[in-house]
Ligand binder design. Structure first.
Ligand code: SF4
Ligand code: SF4
Length: 167
């Protein structure tokens, strides 16, 4: 139950996942924003019209996945850090997960970082492939991490320093 735990359930996530066919085609945004809150910068951030206009500012965002080109602009524009881009076409064994990141220091390309799931549990240590600034006035960076394909819908945060258990 999301409200109690802060962690979305499988059913919550199923509602926002792109179709598997779209996932295989390349990078696509996944919006894990489940609570009705007065917020809508995501809808204005997407110039492709992939994040649908809201009838009410308290609505949860809805996607038209066919319009999303995976540009990632929306990631750093979401104050809730609820938007991710996943690219399953990266390689047969690895996918790229792009996550918003607001801590310092900002990780560097090539750095191995501890990856966490939505519950904050360590799921492995993987390499940063790219780091993108949100812009001069936006302190949210986007960090690209190459993770095993089977973890691309699990990894949703990182922690710098230290090594995951079992590594
Ligand atoms: S990744 Fe780009 S095209 Fe897709 S929803 Fe975000 S801003 Fe729109
Ligand atoms: S900007 Fe982020 S927190 Fe706000 S409605 Fe959009 S996805 Fe949710």
């Amino acid at each position: 139950m999301l409200i109690k735990t802060g962690v979305p359930t499988v059913d919550d996530l199923k509602k926002v996942y792109p179709p598997e066919e779209r996932m295989q085609q390349g990078p696509v945004a996944i919006i894990e924003c489940f609570q009705k809150i007065p917020c809508n910068p995501c809808t204005e951030a997407c110039k492709q019209g992939a994040i649908l206009p809201m009838a009410d500012i308290n609505d949860v965002p809805e996607m038209d996945f066919s319009k999303c080109n995976g540009c990632g602009v929306c990631i750093s524009r979401c104050p809730g850090l609820a938007i991710f881009v996943v690219d399953r076409s990266y390689s047969p064994t690895e996918a790229i997960v792009r996550i918003p990141y607001e801590f310092v220091p900002v990780p560097e390309v090539g750095q191995k970082v501890v990856c966490l799931n939505r519950a904050g549990e360590e799921v492995g240590t993987f390499e940063v492939k790219k780091v993108v600034s949100g812009g001069k006035k936006n302190m949210t960076y986007t960090v690209w991490i190459a993770v095993p394909q089977e973890l691309c819908m699990e990894v949703r945060n990182i922690r710098l320093g230290g090594v995951a258990h079992g590594e």
